[in-house]
Write a protein that binds this ligand. Structure first.
Ligand code: NDP
Ligand code: GDR
Length: 341
């Protein structure tokens, strides 16, 4: 395949959990991938370093500095790349933090999508666009949630995602763009950010087991989530852009688990009782909480042939085992980032 024959994809949020798995998937399918990264004073590419340094991927993975708050940069960059597919995964993605930074969250997680859609429109690109929409948009609407469930966001993050959802739909209807929303329920992995509850728990299990930590501070243990496995979810994103028609999809396992259940799966995997270690800290509470998210992904199964295979108990075991392994190589450089948010 020559360079010009290759499909080119732009991935925003390439340094995040999903961006790293999606990039692996696209490279394995022969794509040329252009990842957008934020300039930072420290290295932020640890999730994709193995791809950057792999000799066989060298010429097909390109990283560009760009920020979703900078619309003119998005125009010039997309114009120079001329991508066939654009995956918008970048966001201020932490729900608790969005209460502290509502305006910034609206700027990146909300307006950022409009800047990308508008860049595609003004350049006149014939490209397919994926928007990382979220089950947080359902918020207070009780489960099960599917594509027809009304939105009732409960955080600045959820509200910003609702805005991006509707802008994606509007650009599809107004300009005939192939633009789709993947409404993904929580999905986790060993690459999950350390301040999200699953990873915070599995890292703590590894450290408690090694005698490096004696307690774990958490907030609300009663909320219910539908946790799936991130590598499977990025496959669903790709399939959405290969489908004949642009439409929106829920992606979920359909199974419910509470934070207590996740604690139980994680601690019992190494023979520990979570109740002996978990303490309450009110700073992890949210002003408004999303009590229960359980998705109905029948449409994705029917139209995309996609179905979740890894369910929460196995997911917890995968993450605990990975954190035990990574602790062995972390050495003395460990920073307890989970205490920050
Ligand atoms: P992460 O938080 O792991 O990754 C977010 C990415 O966005 C990072 O690469 C981050 O860069 C980048 N980013 C943040 N702000 C900006 C900005 N201003 N300009 C450019 N890039 C920026 O999220 P996930 O991988 O877990 O999620 C991917 C997307 O899917 C997000 O939009 C999230 O909201 C959404 N989503 C996630 C779900 C989940 O369960 N994981 C479920 C539903 C939706 P940096 O590395 O420099 O911080
Ligand atoms: P969520 O994930 O808000 O669902 O958003 P998170 O893991 O942050 O919280 C899940 C639930 O756990 C409760 N919780 C805690 N959460 C955190 N982070 N830290 C704690 O100490 C803690 N204690 C209890 C929370 O209150 C909440 O009920 C994730 C993000 O990836 C979003 O970007 C994405 O859109 C949604 O999932 C779907």
């Amino acid at each position: 395949m020559t360079t010009t024959d290759r499909k080119r994809a732009v991935v925003t949020g390439v340094t995040g959990q999903d961006g790293s798995y999606l990039t692996e998937l696209l490279l394995s399918k022969g794509y040329e991938v252009h990842g957008l990264i934020r300039r930072a004073s420290t290295f932020n590419t640890h999730r994709i370093d193995h791809l950057v340094s792999a000799p066989q991927e060298e010429k097909r993975l390109h990283l560009h500095h760009a920020d979703l708050t900078d619309g003119s940069r998005l125009v010039t960059l997309l114009d120079s790349i001329q991508p066939h597919e654009v995956y918008n995964l970048a966001a201020q993605s932490h729900v608790r933090v969005s209460f502290d930074e509502p305006e910034y969250t609206g700027d990146v997680t909300g307006l950022g999508s409009t800047r990308l859609l508008e860049a595609i429109r003004v350049i006149g690109l014939d490209t397919r666009y994926y928007q990382a929409s979220s089950s947080e948009m359902f918020g207070a609407t009780p489960p099960p949630q599917n594509e027809d469930t009304p939105f009732y966001p409960r955080s600045p993050y959820g509200a910003a995602k609702v805005y991006s959802y509707w802008m994606t739909k509007n650009y599809r209807e107004a300009y005939g763009m192939f633009a789709v929303n993947g409404i993904l329920f929580n999905h986790e992995s060993p690459r999950r950010g350390e301040t999200f509850v699953t990873r915070k728990i599995t890292r703590a299990v590894a450290r408690i087991l090694e005698g490096k930590q004696d307690s774990l501070y958490l907030g609300n243990l009663d909320s219910v989530r539908d946790w799936g496995y991130a590598p499977e979810y990025v496959e669903a994103m790709w399939r959405m852009l290969q489908h004949d028609e642009p439409t929106d999809y829920v992606v979920a396992t359909g199974h419910a688990a509470s934070i207590r259940d996740f604690l139980d799966h994680s601690f019992s995997h190494v023979g520990l009782d979570w109740e002996k270690f978990v303490r309450f800290d009110e700073r992890y509470l949210r002003p408004t909480e999303v009590d229960a998210l359980i998705g109905d992904a029948s449409k994705a199964k029917q139209l995309l042939g996609w179905e979740a295979r890894v369910l929460t108990p196995e997911l917890a075991r995968i993450m605990v085992d990975a954190d035990i392994e990574s602790l062995k190589v972390e050495g003395t450089h460990y920073v307890d980032t989970a205490r920050f948010t």
